[in-house]
Design a protein around this ligand. Structure first.
Ligand SMILES: Cc1cc2nc3c(=O)[nH]c(=O)nc-3n(C[C@H](O)[C@H](O)[C@H](O)COP(=O)(O)OP(=O)(O)OC[C@H]3O[C@@H](n4cnc5c(N)ncnc54)[C@H](O)[C@@H]3O)c2cc1C
Length: 480
């Protein structure tokens, strides 16, 4: 590709696309406002450990789009599988889930842990058969534009199953089954639970975006860290380049990984049709994250993924309460122990255990609210892992304000634009924008998947559109 390409942002979507375009012969110039690569999926060196900005597990590992993108670009991305992979704690019960979540032992352990009423069993089995069938976008088609809960309601009213499935949805999309698109959720749920690939990346989560970026740099691309793009410049409906504090950089193709709304802010609403601006400005993001990172001198966690759900947890009521300034008595916690799968992210003898409130309002920027939520995560984790306090060598806390500062959208959303029933399928934003040569890549424009996989999916989908548009221009030129 001979066109000059600029990419704004080094989230999974931005660097994934940088690697794909570099393989086509482009030499993308990539700008990142932070001093590290990876956005929400980056890792930062802290006290000899590689500490994640967020807290991550790769839902499909080797079998998912992160690996698919790596394969397309010869990026050296590897995953560390562990089985049992997931410890599920529901109220007082707990059970181990194996790498193959659909095997009878995993299913039995899940059922025993959630212990729904026996009466609900036929409906639960019919729901599981439905979830097992929705493998492609075509299978999911008739479930778009309706909330996931409306589908679950048809199979069961069991409150424990509802609480469990609701939290699965929150864990995957950071919104409840009442808001989530049934089609997107069933598809992502099927792809996750049948993949048998859930894993942690070799070298830490940040190794994935760093490796994609390396592919781009090895092919002649450039990385400008600590250089924020202030403006995207357009003329007569066509992109011309970007402006940073250091000056103007011309380009025929500009790809923003900063999200749809921030891309509008950088370009100016006047360059887009009113309907596009209205849809973007009314769009809703996923909820946000607050995390506590423990470095321990003992391996207290046995599985990479651990999830605690209070019995019959009402996630929506918790989030609403937090929005109104109320701290709940208990909170669901999503916990990852990277060192169980990948010991090299910490010095020998040190074990990392990360816990995230699952989840909190993305605009909960108030310091005191964040302090109290992080205290709650800690006190819950102390109960779940006896001896946690005594074995803590150091700990770090990241509130919603930290996530907001990393992402740069002014809020601490975990995923990006929410995969809601009124923002799904044809209602999702395309990576193509009404401005010629300007594209948006990342979780906001991925067609389906969970978090990092949604962003990687977007990189591959955006790549296909850019190639299509470039080929169309060549054909038009050779026809004249
Ligand atoms: C606490 C937490 C837990 C999570 N858990 C999981 C999980 O377990 N599994 C999973 O798959 N996903 C998880 N996610 C979600 C996942 O991290 C995100 O959905 C995904 O990484 C988003 O990627 P993205 O490409 O959209 O870009 P982002 O990560 O949003 O990155 C955007 C980048 O653009 C940069 N940028 C913005 N504006 C500018 C500008 N003007 N100039 C230059 N640079 C700019 C930002 O600094 C940032 O680096 C989690 C996220 C968080 C926060």
């Amino acid at each position: 590709m001979e066109k000059r390409v600029i990419i704004i942002g080094t989230g999974i979507g931005g660097v994934g696309l940088a690697a794909l375009l570099a393989k086509d012969g482009a030499k993308p110039v990539v700008f990142e406002r932070n001093n590290f690569v990876g956005g929400k999926a980056g890792s930062i060196e802290h006290k000899e450990c590689l500490v994640e900005v967020g807290i991550h597990i790769s839902p499909r590992g080797e079998k998912g789009p992160l690996a698919q993108l790596a394969k397309k670009t010869d990026a050296d991305v590897k995953f560390m599988n562990k089985s049992p992979m997931f410890k599920l704690i529901y109220g007082e019960n707990e059970g181990m889930i194996y790498q193959n979540m659909m095997n009878p032992v995993s299913l039995y352990n899940m059922f025993r842990t959630i212990s729904p009423s026996i009466k609900a069993l036929p409906g639960i089995l019919r729901f599981m058969m439905l979830a097992y069938r929705i493998k492609t976008k075509e299978d999911a088609a008739k479930y778009y534009h309706i909330p996931a809960k409306s589908v679950i309601d048809k199979y069961t009213s069991d409150p424990d199953i509802h609480a469990f499935l609701n939290f699965c949805c929150v864990m995957m999309f950071c919104i409840s089954t009442e808001e989530a698109s049934a089609g997107d959720w069933l598809l992502a749920f099927n792809n996750w639970i049948t993949s048998g690939g859930t894993a942690y990346p070799k070298g830490g989560f940040g190794a994935i975006p760093n490796t994609y970026m390396k592919v781009c740099e090895d092919a002649g691309g450039e990385l400008h860290l600590n250089e924020e793009v202030n403006r995207i410049i357009t003329e007569e409906g066509t992109v011309k380049g970007v402006e940073t504090d250091k000056g103007f950089y011309p380009a025929e193709i500009v790809i923003s990984n900063a999200g749809v709304v921030k891309t509008l802010d950088m370009t100016g609403d006047q360059h887009f049709p009113d309907s596009y601006v209205e849809k973007a400005r009314n769009s809703i993001d996923s909820t946000g994250g607050a995390t506590v990172i423990f470095a321990l001198d003992a391996p207290l966690a046995k599985t990479p993924l651990n999830v605690y759900i209070p019995k019959r947890y009402d996630w929506a009521a918790t989030v609403k309460g937090l929005e109104q300034g109320r701290i709940p008595d208990d909170i669901a916690v999503f916990m990852i122990s990277p060192t169980v799968a990948e010991p090299s992210v910490a010095p020998e003898g040190l074990h990392l255990l990360l816990g995230a409130a699952g989840t909190v309002p993305a605009d909960m920027l108030d310091k005191e609210m964040n302090r109290q939520v992080m205290d709650l995560i800690e006190s819950r984790m102390e109960k779940l892992f006896p001896g946690l306090k005594e074995h803590t060598v150091w700990k770090e806390r990241h509130g919603v304000d930290f996530m907001a500062a990393v992402g740069g959208r002014g809020r601490g959303e975990v995923i990006g634009m929410a995969q809601r029933y009124d923002q799904d399928a044809d209602k999702r934003f395309s990576p193509r924008t009404p401005v010629k040569g300007l594209y948006i890549v990342g979780a906001d424009t991925g067609s389906f998947g969970i978090g990092t996989e949604l962003a990687a999916q977007s990189a591959m989908e955006t790549h296909a559109l850019i190639l299509e548009d470039t080929a169309a221009v060549h054909h038009a030129a050779s026809d004249t």
